[in-house]
Design a protein around this ligand. Structure first.
Ligand code: E4P
Length: 214
């Protein structure tokens, strides 16, 4: 399973990349808005430290505008993936971008039918938002399970990115159901390290070690 980091914060990306845990990065307009600098500089800096795919979101809502943004983003770095919102105008852009070898990540997916349409239209990645579904009382992971089944059953040339992850269990459930990728906020990745028995065990080992003659 691949781990993407769901952030535009370069310091976090460098930290987790150095640990060998980052296979790619996803950004969105809200994450970009939290950082200093121009949009282009932020993305180019991220691409300079990440070998894997870096998702950058188009903000146009018409097909021609999405295509123009995608073609521009693709000139910034070889590893750019263009995030396309799941709207009809966005879906219309997908076959054109596939023909032009510009990779796409269809975002704001909240249902299995939406994912099926995006995969049929040729998206390279499909991003169901589990946390936002859970927030309104739906079961986000059930939607992901359906999408993974559809993707593997029909052999779509697409990968499922579990997005809007809120806690470590979302990552574990994603792995259990065979999702290709989880895009994880740095805070959740940090929580995946935590276990009180690890802390307690280490403290006991270090204490006992003090009585050992060196
Ligand atoms: C990633 O592709 C998404 O934009 C992101 O995971 C959304 O997460 P949020 O629901 O926490 O904003």
């Amino acid at each position: 399973m691949k781990f993407f980091l769901d952030t535009a914060r370069l310091s976090d990306i460098k930290y987790w990349t150095d640990m060998g845990l980052v296979d790619g990065v996803t950004t969105n307009p809200s994450l970009i808005a939290k950082e200093e600098g121009t949009f282009k500089d932020i993305i180019r800096d991220i691409c300079s430290v990440v070998d894997g795919p870096v998702s950058v979101e188009a903000t146009s809502t018409d097909t021609d505008g999405i295509l123009a943004e995608a073609r521009e983003f693709a000139t910034w770095s070889d590893n750019i993936v263009v995030k396309v919102p799941f709207i009809k105008e966005g879906v219309r852009a997908l076959p054109f971008l596939r023909d032009e070898d510009i990779a796409t990540n269809t975002t704001l997916i909240f249902s299995a039918p939406q994912a099926l349409i995006a995969m049929k239209a040729g998206t390279n990645y499909v991003s169901p938002f589990v946390g936002r579904l859970d927030d309104i009382g739906h079961n986000g992971m059930e939607v992901v399970a359906d999408i993974v089944t559809m993707c593997t059953t029909y052999g779509f040339d697409a990968e499922v990115i579990v997005a809007s992850i809120r806690h470590p269990l979302h990552v574990v459930e994603s792995a259990r159901m065979g999702a290709d990728i989880a895009t994880i906020p740095a805070g959740v990745l940090d929580k995946m390290f935590m276990h009180p028995l690890t802390d307690k065990g280490l403290a006991a080992f270090l204490k006992d070690w003090q009585s050992v003659t060196q």
